[in-house]
Design a protein around this ligand. Structure first.
Ligand SMILES: Cc1ncc(COP(=O)(O)O)c(C=O)c1O
Length: 349
């Protein structure tokens, strides 16, 4: 048996823990602490009762694609739906990268981009962003690469970059695709969708895993130039999004009032938690996502002590992230439990 030579040096991406036992206050993978809209649950039930699960789903996810396109004033040919936005990001790498190419990304960020590029034999240039502003450095404008991945807001810090700055990034290298990953857009209200209309080298990805509370169903999408979407279609699995996920995502997409209420609640809890952590001596940058990054002197120790108390946050043993914890914004009750645990731990020797 001979494996693809890329695999020998490929480091797998390690996702956040998904504990088997459900007794954790789970603040480690940026899921929604609230359930999906009631209409979504109804749509799932209807779909399961329709006596159609024996049939393959729509390979093009057309109803969902149309609804997404319509909201943004695009045509369905500008949209591709995937099995989570991770699949869509992988398809983009597959479509654009050759061995020896490279992608660029800000650092720190969602490091899956680096792994996806490596799968296709491409390298990754990390462009460091520095506190306190985390501004995009000049090298991001001049650095040559096939794709620039830019999460906006950018985890794990949660920095939000202005659309005008991203437009400059698109303008300065027209042959480079700028992928704006808007996984957390609902908590920031800033979108680059308009840039897609004006720049064929800008694409926006979104997910139903965060604000829409459907991480368990795996649905994401990309909005981009028709030519790009056409290439991605050639590469995707025929039936990449299952029937139940398509129905649930469509219902979620239409339940706008419910989800804007949820987003507001999460942002209010985020701002409260930011203040409370700062009061306790943590260094917390302003986040525009449903998470925040809290720097402290004993981050790894604290992560382990919280885990003993069944509170799960994310600790990254990675360059420039070892001195902090990424904490997903939970319900106000989750936040009270976390703060009480931190207060108790602070008293311990
Ligand atoms: C910036 C970013 N993009 C994409 C994803 C993955 O989204 P999905 O669940 O749709 O694959 C995540 C998940 O944490 C993320 O943080």
């Amino acid at each position: 048996m001979r494996f693809n030579s890329i695999l020998a040096s490929l480091e797998a991406y390690v996702p956040g823990e998904q504990p088997r036992d459900g007794n954790y206050v789970k603040l480690n993978t940026n899921e929604s602490p609230y359930p999906p809209a009631p209409e979504v649950v109804d749509a799932i039930k209807d779909c399961a009762c329709q006596d159609s699960l024996n049939k393959y789903p729509d390979p093009l996810s057309l109803a969902l694609r149309k609804a997404i396109a319509e909201r943004f004033g695009f045509s369905p040919e500008n949209v591709l739906v995937g099995n989570g936005s991770d699949e869509v990001l992988r398809l983009v790498c597959h479509a654009l990268l050759e061995r020896g190419d490279c992608i660029s990304m800000l650092y720190p960020t969602y490091v899956l981009y680096r792994t996806l590029a490596a799968m296709f034999g491409a390298g990754c240039v990390e462009i460091d962003v520095e506190p306190p502003s985390f501004d995009i450095p000049k090298t991001a404008f001049t650095q040559r690469s096939q794709i620039l991945f830019l999460a906006n807001p950018n985890p794990p810090i949660g920095t939000l970059y202005p659309v005008e700055m991203i437009e400059e990034l698109a303008k300065c290298q027209r042959e480079r695709l700028v992928v704006v990953d808007e996984a957390y857009v609902d908590f920031s209200n800033t979108t680059c969708i308009e840039l897609v209309r004006r720049y064929p080298n800008v694409a926006v990805t979104r997910t139903f895993s965060k604000c829409f509370a459907l991480a368990g169903l795996r649905v994401g999408f990309i909005v981009g130039d028709r030519l790009l979407i056409e290439q991605l279609e050639k590469l995707k699995d025929s039936y990449n999004v299952n029937r139940i996920s398509q129905a649930a995502a469509l219902a979620a997409w239409q339940a706008t009032d419910y989800y804007s209420g949820i987003a507001k609640r999460i942002c209010a809890t985020r701002d409260y938690l930011t203040t409370e952590l700062r009061r306790r001596g943590f260094d917390v940058a302003q986040s525009a996502g449903n998470f925040l990054f809290a720097r402290c002197s004993n981050a790894e120790q604290l992560y382990l002590r919280l885990k003993e108390r069944k509170i799960l946050v994310r600790y990254f043993k990675m360059r420039r992230l070892e001195d902090g914890l990424r904490i997903t914004i939970g319900t106000p009750d989750d936040v009270s439990i976390l703060l009480a645990a931190l207060d108790e731990l602070q008293k311990e020797p």
